[in-house]
Design a protein around this ligand. Structure first.
Ligand SMILES: Nc1ncnc2c1ncn2[C@@H]1O[C@H](COP(=O)(O)OP(=O)(O)OP(=O)(O)O)[C@@H](O)[C@H]1O
Ligand SMILES: [Mg+2]
Length: 410
């Protein structure tokens, strides 16, 4: 838009300059033509007696000058205030002037127009060159007008640009507002729905737990169904929790740092290893941890726990029995690096760009009926970013994956 605007300003400027020059030429031509009939008399008698009744005399007011030349281009007389500092004979081109077009020149702030004057021989009907009239005017006035115009154009251009920018921002906001509103409503709906789901889910959970604690009261045919209900309820509770977490994070406006504390990462990870140990043992996976250094980061303990448990849970979930998971903690420059490495199924390189997207799951994970909703890594990355860090991954199908969390050291 600004390029288009620039082009139109240039066009306006060029056409203004052209009309200003045309006006100046027209003025000088009128002056020279008015003086042309006097050339013969001025050549013979000079200007002395001529002064009083010169019809073009009033034109000299505006820093103009008139010069009379004979046919050889020699100056005969001059009148006025402004003259060029170049001689006519040097530049004159009679052939050019004979055709009736005036000669225009501009040098050192003086604009000149020269015409040739002819007289007709009454006997032979032939034209004879009598001489030349050169009318001049200082370009100061034109240049001042141009400067004013440039200033006006520049200021007007800036104003118009500001106005059009404000208008386009306003228009964009007007167009985007309904979309943003519906997006906000959608996020609010997700948060409300997830929140509302929690109460009935807790009730179902408690009811199934109570029923499972009295197996004698359950019909043997219903026992399996009850296990399925318990598992589905657990899954739904996790999904509702994850959705609520993401919806709340999306709409969070208060800076979170105020509630942050110094978190000892070695302790936090050690607690997690102990928490996941039974699950690993049950699946025949060995967890090795290398958490010898005492390293801290500033943050929210609950959220950091959630970040690492999501990664650890994945490592155990996507590693077949007999595999291994290695957890390590190190410091690099001003950052703490937490590595969770597994010898699991790995992630294909073409899938790596999608794994942090919400609800994305590899076909392999779906086809092997591994439980999950595809929100774990999205949550992990959101938490890492909230803590001014990030999660990265390198992986090879059939070999394993290595997730790295980089957080600022405290
Ligand atoms: N350690 C891993 N090894 C192999 N694939 C993984 C690993 N971690 C994640 N993935 C792949 O990335 C996908 C997304 O992971 P994410 O943790 O977001 O979802 P999920 O584990 O499927 O479900 P949940 O929301 O319960 O965590 C997984 O479905 C899986 O395909
Ligand atoms: Mg997961």
């Amino acid at each position: 838009m600004s390029a288009l605007f620039g082009v139109s300003l240039t066009v306006v400027y060029i056409s203004f300059t052209r009309s200003l020059n045309q006006l100046l030429d027209q003025e000088l031509l009128t002056l020279a033509q008015a003086a042309a009939p006097s050339l013969e008399t001025v050549k013979a008698e000079g200007l002395q007696d001529f002064h009083k009744n010169l019809p073009w005399h009033s034109l000299f007011e505006r820093e103009q000058g008139l010069e009379w030349f004979n046919a050889e281009g020699k100056l005969v007389a001059r009148e006025g205030t402004t003259f060029p500092n170049f001689s006519l004979s040097k530049y004159i081109s009679p052939l050019h002037l004979k055709r009736g077009s005036p000669l225009l020149q501009q040098q050192d702030g003086v604009h000149t127009l020269t015409i040739s004057v002819f007289s007709e021989n009454s006997h032979s009907n032939k034209l004879r060159l009598e001489g030349y009239i050169r009318a001049s005017e200082s370009t100061e006035e034109t240049e001042a007008a141009l400067r004013k115009f440039q200033l006006g154009l520049g200021l007007g251009g800036i104003m118009a640009l500001i106005l059009s920018s404000i208008t386009s921002i306003w228009l964009t906001q007007m167009v985007l507002e309904p979309m943003q509103q519906s997006f906000r409503r959608l996020k609010q709906f997700t948060a409300d729905a997830s929140h509302e789901l929690r109460t009935p889910l807790t009730a179902i959970n408690i009811a199934t737990e109570v029923m499972q604690s009295h197996p004698e009261r359950i019909h043997p045919l219903d026992a399996k169904k009850l296990v399925a209900v318990a598992s589905a309820t657990k899954q739904l509770t996790c999904l509702a929790d994850d959705l609520l977490f993401l919806a709340r994070t999306d709409s969070a406006t208060v800076p979170l740092e105020r509630q942050w504390i110094s978190v000892p990462l070695d302790e936090l990870l050690q607690d997690l290893v102990e928490l996941f140990e039974p699950q690993a043992q049950a699946k025949g996976i060995t967890i090795t941890s290398n958490l010898r250094r005492r390293l801290f980061t500033k943050g929210d303990t609950e959220k950091l726990l959630r970040l690492f448990s999501n990664l650890l849970e994945n490592a155990l979930k996507y590693t077949p029995p007999g595999g291994s998971v290695i957890l390590s903690l190190a410091k690099h420059k001003r950052f703490v690096i937490i590595t969770i490495e597994d010898s699991g199924m790995g992630i294909a390189s073409e899938h790596l760009p999608f794994i942090f997207q919400r609800f994305w799951r590899a076909d392999k994970a779906r086809s092997q009926l591994i439980e999950g909703s595809g929100l774990g890594l999205a949550i992990a990355q959101t938490i890492a970013q909230q803590h001014k860090g990030k999660v990265t991954v390198i992986s090879q199908v059939g070999v394993g994956s290595c997730f790295q969390v980089c957080l600022p050291a405290a």
